[in-house]
Design a binder for this molecule. Structure first.
Ligand SMILES: [Zn+2]
Length: 283
């Protein structure tokens, strides 16, 4: 969708509200207080637009009640525009840039960005297991830059950096998650939560993968220790490039990502891959 198409689709608050109602209540209004399916629109002059009253609990609600947009003071158009920018930017957008583009202050843009990233969390249970050829790889994110003020900081394993694991299907879908280490005990349950045992997995020669690979229908590994990065169709380049973009986004866009927020910064990229937005990017 181009920015012009976006403007035509969402010319005013009414259009944005109608769109959200269609997406959030695809089979009709649901009271967010009690789950009742029967409610009526409040149409008095004092009622806010889009306000409904439940016929069972008499609670009042709008389409944003009990969502991350609950009690928002921002126009819905601003929220949808922020969503548009975040979806279409391949490496993400910092809150400073988002603030400029939306015309809000940086603190507000930070909160909007985080709420949207939370909403973009793709729940593994709702989209099934990865199958076919699946590449597994891990990446250590966070901490200080490798070179800073003449000091060389260590990288990767053995540091206090956060380990992010990715499983990338060569069909396109990705699952990413933060894990507390890269031992078999940690990796095995994590990977099996996302990847079908029928899959053919591709890995490097980390000890845990060599044991874990035997539990899948096929396993091939490349030996990075001897600079082997591909052997025929055996490689983890897709997973590594996914991780590399995340690293560049951290360095070039966000500059600093705290450990507690890393999963949220992964969400938009996983979401984009899942719903095929990766090919059309703003940045
Ligand atoms: Zn109710």
């Amino acid at each position: 969708m181009t920015l012009n198409q976006f403007r035509n689709m969402f010319p005013d608050e009414g259009a944005c509200r109608k769109y959200l109602e269609k997406v959030i209540w695809p089979s009709g209004r649901v009271c967010p207080h009690c789950g009742c399916l029967s409610s009526w629109r409040l149409q008095s002059n004092s009622a806010r637009s889009g306000l409904y009253e439940c016929s069972a609990c008499a609670g009042q609600f709008t389409v944003t009640t009990k969502t991350p947009l609950h009690s928002t003071k921002l126009p819905l158009q601003t929220w949808l525009l922020a969503l548009y920018f975040i979806i279409y930017s391949s490496k993400g957008i910092s809150s400073v840039i988002l603030a400029k583009w939306l015309g809000v202050n940086q603190k507000t843009a930070w909160k909007v960005g985080h709420a949207i990233r939370t909403m973009m969390t793709v729940h593994a249970d709702s989209i099934g297991l990865l199958s076919g050829v699946v590449e597994l790889d891990e990446k250590y994110l966070g901490g200080k830059p490798r070179f800073q003020h003449g000091v060389k900081h260590p990288r990767g394993k053995g540091t206090k950096k956060t380990c992010v694991h990715v499983a990338v299907s060569r069909k396109g879908s990705v699952r990413a998650g933060v894990i507390p280490g890269d031992s078999y005990a940690v990796l095995a349950p994590h990977v099996k939560r996302f990847v079908s045992l029928d899959a053919r997995v591709m890995t490097d020669q980390l000890h845990a993968y060599m044991a874990l690979g035997k539990e899948f229908s096929g396993h091939e590994s490349v030996n990075h220790g001897i600079k082997e990065y591909a052997r025929g169709k055996a490689h983890v380049n897709t997973a590594e490039s996914f991780n590399a973009i995340q690293e560049r986004a951290k360095q070039g866009v966000f500059h600093y990502v705290s450990r507690q927020h890393i999963p949220r910064y992964e969400s938009p990229r996983v979401f984009r891959r899942q719903f095929s937005f990766e090919s059309s990017c703003l940045v």
